[in-house]
Design a protein around this ligand. Structure first.
Ligand code: HEC
Length: 229
């Protein structure tokens, strides 16, 4: 018999005769039952079992997968989506839409184009063709964008007058938005009434034509004939 199985009663001073206890169990029987109970209990074992660790890993894995799933499939679900008090900007932080701005276009025109075409848009007779009332400016936006991006060289007829000079590729050094503002301005100034030009249109044309030399006006007309009114 070892210490573990010692009945607490045993610590009491011996009363001599180990007869039946108050519940009718003899001391010997008590010890027997006790030691059996003690044996049935699982003893702590040395080393460790793999199972709990595997389970921990599985749970971590689930947590990780859940996180990944939410990041990928939350559809930009913002915590402020249903918060009526949240500032508007937080909810609509999408790409900023381009606004063609004729006022910005006018400033850019004065700096980039007016030296030749004049602030009046009337040009200089015999040297620089007019933009006011020019069919090259109205109608198809691509024709105008191409002229501004790549420039023009060769014979051109504007409002019944022939010119043969050289316009540099001003737009190559400007941003898409700047070209769009200028184009919008010249299409709407001096009594011109064509629609605005978007920066995305400029971007598309810039990509399509790449870095190239000036257009010969007749070639540009093959791509975009003047609209007949
Ligand atoms: C250095 C002078 C010069 C500058 C600066 C210049 N142009 Fe021109 N532009 C010309 C000349 C010259 C022509 C005619 C080209 C030819 O003879 O082939 C022309 C032709 C044009 C045409 C087609 C003909 C017409 O009159 O409609 C447009 C449109 C045009 N320019 C717009 C612009 C815009 C917009 C700018 C500013 C971004 C600009 N140009 C800057 C000299 C210039």
């Amino acid at each position: 018999m070892n210490d573990r199985n010692r009945h607490p009663d045993r610590n009491r001073p011996s009363q001599g005769n180990p007869g039946p206890g108050p519940d009718g169990l003899s001391d010997g029987r008590l010890v027997e039952v006790h030691s059996q109970l003690a044996r049935d209990k699982e003893e702590p074992r040395e080393g460790f079992s793999l199972t709990p660790i595997v389970i921990v890993f599985i749970f971590c894995g689930f947590g990780f997968w859940g996180g990944l799933y939410l990041t990928r499939n939350s559809g930009n679900f913002a915590s402020t989506a249903f918060d009526v008090n949240a500032p508007k900007a937080a909810a609509s932080a999408g790409p900023i839409e381009f606004e063609p701005d004729a006022a910005k276009g006018e400033k850019l025109f004065v700096a980039q184009c007016a030296a030749c075409h004049q602030p009046t848009g009337l040009g200089v007779p015999g040297a620089f063709p007019p933009l006011a009332g020019s069919p090259w400016v109205a109608g198809n936006e691509e024709r105008l964008i191409k002229a501004v991006l790549a420039g023009l060289a060769g014979e051109i007829e504007v409002k019944g007058v022939k010119y043969n000079a050289n316009m540099p590729n001003i737009g190559a050094g400007l941003k898409d938005a700047q070209v769009a503002h200028i184009a919008t301005y010249v299409r709407q100034a001096w009594g011109n009434t064509a629609g605005p030009v978007m920066d995305s249109q400029v971007a598309v044309v810039r990509k399509a034509i790449g870095a190239r030399g000036q257009y010969v006006p007749a070639d540009l007309l093959k791509e975009h004939p003047l609209e007949t009114k």
